[in-house]
Design a protein around this ligand. Structure first.
Ligand code: SF4
Length: 245
């Protein structure tokens, strides 16, 4: 049979799912042909901060493997769109050798978003330093019921939208105000505010660990944190984290 009449090899659903676990997302396509499918490769950014060196590396990868563009995600991340399937292995190798890291994907703590409260004139806390510290401490938490998003804001203007994150932190004169169970998406939910703020960073880290542990134990598979709180009740959640604190 002439080569042109042979069916084109396709990208299988299993391959697409495995790529998604590595923060590589299939783009919309007319079919699953390996020659035609394009992917978006997401890069980790914590607290919205990128060094000039990382930006140069991302630009090089976008030029070499994508179509020379980079997209900024709504959660302060970078992604390289329109990467052909055949170029993915080379891009992944190049990414490993670069100062960049792949974004987090799946049922885990995702990249942490922060406003520039560190130097914004309204900022009451070091938002970017805190985002970095939180990611270092909790960024490896996996096997949660669903994704877990954290945002840090330096003051009550809440530019980083902590109330629509699974865990939101807002700096205030009282300390670190915390909201839980927020989300955007198809069924948006405003986070519930904890009655008492964390007085200092040590207390904040301790509380966040308790909160994530609670979700890991009580959340059902594929249930967002806010939905778990609604099912079990916010007073009960508060009771539970106070009981173990
Ligand atoms: S939330 Fe407050 S500190 Fe952060 S950028 Fe907005 S105004 Fe500045």
């Amino acid at each position: 049979m002439p080569k042109s009449l042979l069916p084109e090899p396709i990208v299988t659903a299993a391959e697409i799912a495995a790529l998604k676990d590595s923060a590589i997302y299939a783009e919309k396509a007319a079919g699953l042909s390996r020659n035609r499918m394009r992917f978006t490769v997401r890069i980790l950014v914590v607290g919205g901060l990128m060094t000039a060196e990382k930006l140069r590396a991302a630009a090089t990868l976008a030029n070499r493997y994508g179509n020379g563009t980079l997209h900024l995600t709504t959660r302060q991340g970078f992604e390289i769109p329109h990467v052909p399937y055949q170029k993915l292995p080379l891009l992944r190798k190049a990414l490993e050798k670069s100062p960049l890291e792949s974004a987090r994907s799946g049922k885990c703590v995702r990249a942490i978003v922060a406003c520039p409260g560190t130097y914004c004139k309204f900022g009451t806390i070091d938002t970017q330093g805190l985002a970095d510290a939180l990611f270092k401490k909790f960024g490896k938490r996996k096997n949660l019921p669903h994704k877990f998003k954290i945002a840090v804001a330096g003051c009550r203007h809440c530019c980083s939208k902590p109330q629509i994150n699974d865990l939101g932190i807002m700096g205030s004169a009282r300390g670190f105000e915390i909201s839980v169970g927020g989300m955007s998406g198809k069924s948006p939910r405003w986070g519930d505010k904890l009655p008492i703020p964390a007085k200092n960073k040590t207390e904040l880290l301790r509380l966040i660990k308790l909160i994530i542990d609670w979700y890991a134990v009580h959340g059902n598979d594929k249930e967002r944190f806010g939905a778990a709180i609604d099912r079990i009740s916010f007073p009960r959640f508060l009771e539970d984290i106070q009981t173990v604190s």
